[in-house]
Design a protein around this ligand. Structure first.
Ligand code: 13P
Length: 250
């Protein structure tokens, strides 16, 4: 059985004070004993304080990106070892905003994935097509390419300690959610690609959906057989909304 995972990706929002009140508000609202694992990914400067607030809560800490290099003269970058050092358990790699706005190509994403696992962080590999690609019937080829780029470097075994997030670019921050059927179709395709290589890992790897997840649509998305939770942007900035999304994951 795959344990559901709901992750909040706060992107570049808020202040130190807002961040702390969001974490505290969330901790008050989250229902203990629920089945789903919860993960919070605040901006880098707030990781340590968030980690302190989350101590002993069972809620995991993650970062939004990581450097592919392990250390050295890489101004502005943050290494996997540093993330581990401040208490991260997870890190996003290949988020569409990194790919589209900061030129991160498949090969770099694969290196970041490897760097994360090198420090025993769990990479959350984000994949997804643009609207143009979907309309051009390229969803399967684009998502497969993004996945294969990592598998070619790491081998399928690496997915035993990773999470995949399908985030159609056209659904991110647009209010336009993929329908449960649209998302399920891609999730099933991703799982089949992994299962082709290793049936056990294909069956156990968690695949999250991201893109305008809200309390009002979370439950029907999470009810789909191959959707194991969500990667939530905007709606994770409101404690009550995010807590309701988490409750929807079981
Ligand atoms: P939204 O939930 O704001 O659409 O963002 C999704 C996302 O990119 C999470 O990583």
């Amino acid at each position: 059985m795959r344990q559901p995972l709901v992750a909040g990706n706060w992107k570049m929002h808020g202040s130190r004070a807002e961040n702390a009140s969001l974490v505290s508000g969330l901790l008050d609202l989250l229902q203990p004993g629920k089945r789903a694992e919860i993960l919070l990914c605040p901006p880098f400067p707030y990781l340590m304080e968030t980690g302190r607030l989350l101590k002993d809560s069972g809620v995991a800490l993650g970062a939004q990106s990581v450097c592919a290099e392990s250390q050295g003269a890489f101004t502005g970058e943050v290494s996997a070892a540093m993330l581990k050092d401040v208490g991260c358990r997870y890190v996003l790699v290949g988020h569409s905003e990194r790919r589209q706005l900061f030129g991160e190509r498949d090969a770099l994403v694969a290196r970041k994935f490897v760097a994360a696992q090198g420090q025993a962080l769990v990479p959350v590999l984000c994949v997804g097509e643009t609207l143009e690609e979907r309309e051009g019937d390229q969803t399967t080829s684009v998502v497969s390419r993004q996945l294969e780029a990592v598998l070619a470097v790491t081998g399928v075994q690496a997915l035993a300690k990773a999470v995949i997030a399908y985030e159609p670019v056209w659904a991110i921050g647009t209010g336009r959610t993929a329908s449960p059927e649209q998302a399920q179709e891609v999730h099933a395709m991703i799982r089949a690609k992994v299962a082709e290589r290793d049936a056990t890992i294909g069956g156990s790897v968690r695949i999250l959906y991201g893109g305008s997840v809200k309390a009002s649509n979370a439950q029907e998305l999470f009810a789909m057989p191959d959707i194991d939770g969500g990667l939530v942007g905007g709606a994770s900035l409101k404690a009550d909304e995010f807590a309701r999304i988490c409750a929807g994951a079981g």
